[in-house]
Design a binder for this molecule. Sequence first.
Ligand SMILES: Cc1cc2nc3c(=O)[nH]c(=O)nc-3n(C[C@H](O)[C@H](O)[C@H](O)COP(=O)(O)O)c2cc1C
Ligand SMILES: CC(C)CC(=O)C(=O)O
Length: 389
Amino acid sequence: MSAEPPLSAYQFEIYLDGLAGRRPAFPTDLTMLEEAARARMEPEAFGYVSGGAGSGATVRANREAFDRWRIVPRMLRDVSKRDLGTTVLGTAMPAPVMTAPVGVLSIAHPEGELAVARAAASLGVPIVLSTAASYTMEEVAEAGGDGPRWYQLYWPKDRDLAISLLSRAEAAGYSALVVTLDTWMLAWRPRDLDHAYLPFLRGVGVANYFSDPAFRAGLARPPEEDVQAAVLRWADQFADPRKTWADLAFLREHWRGPIALKGILHPDDARRAVDAGMDGIVVSNHGGRQVDGSVGALDALPGVVAAVGDRAEVLLDSGVRTGADVVKALALGARAVLVGRPYAYGLALGGEDGVRHVLRCLLAELDLTLALSGQTTIAELNPGLLAPA
Ligand SMILES: Cc1cc2nc3c(=O)[nH]c(=O)nc-3n(C[C@H](O)[C@H](O)[C@H](O)COP(=O)(O)O)c2cc1C
Ligand SMILES: CC(C)CC(=O)C(=O)O
């Protein structure tokens, strides 16, 4: 049953490298990545990735929510063999960890999402590719090869464009759809406002639109001839604040595979999602980038899990930084977690190698935390493993 070698093997590999005089090129304490990346990134790009909405209260709330729980390890339970593997929305994965959809990654590294797809695929970790990626979904699919992949939709106003994006994603092998509900417009983001910086207006993150026949059909001149006009149409199209629950039927009609709604925090919204036939929910506040002062994602998780029961799979993102965080989220009922900024920082620090390092650290730390807490599978995790801080 155990994966060979165990996910924690990275730990020993690092120590062995030390015998040959090599030290890890990037931090192994994943909470230190942000500071390391700050020193390497352009200030505008770093501000965009690290920043949150408004005063940053929700970014802090996400971390505080994890800090309010403590793991209570159990002893003498034979943890020699562990299996962290799981299946989420039909996708098998080596551990309950995926990369969250993060757009515009070429502001962190020129290879952007291509490097992420390669790194994740080398570990079997699924990616969720953003509509606002710097590369097209077909390019990223090719880079990731056989690696598992899902597609995140920013649901555009134009119906034909939405249908076209969905059919391209299906054709390119994206097996599940994640529809983001919390970003119909950008929040007030002082870090970016102070820099007067928005990547999209500079032509980053628009590749999936610019390459799309339905989008191009709506332009007077192709993007290659008039970038400015194309970018403005992108900005007008990229999300549709008029959408309501009634519109979900459209998604079912045009997407064959599983669908998850991302950005749900209220139990009643979670209930509505399952009533509408959705397969999954991503409890998320967009990494604190949208509603300043909103509830921490982990704080919202138990209510959503209770509301949904076993009618849908519940995932969580926003604030996950360590293996212990993953254990806490799973113990509180998440089936898997997504990480955002940590892998973006890994990308900024070292391209594909940097992303692989971050993912390997997280998986190794998760494996070790589970083992040292007396757990051998993720299925057995429950709130009994935790105590309030
Ligand atoms: C730079 C950046 C860009 C993002 N772009 C997207 C996006 O295109 N689509 C989306 O659904 N979420 C996007 N997100 C939100 C992430 O998917 C995720 O919810 C969030 O990063 C999780 O929080 P964490 O960064 O604390 O792990 C973005 C986040 C960041 C930091
Ligand atoms: C607004 C999006 C296109 C990008 C995003 O989700 C983000 O910056 O948080």
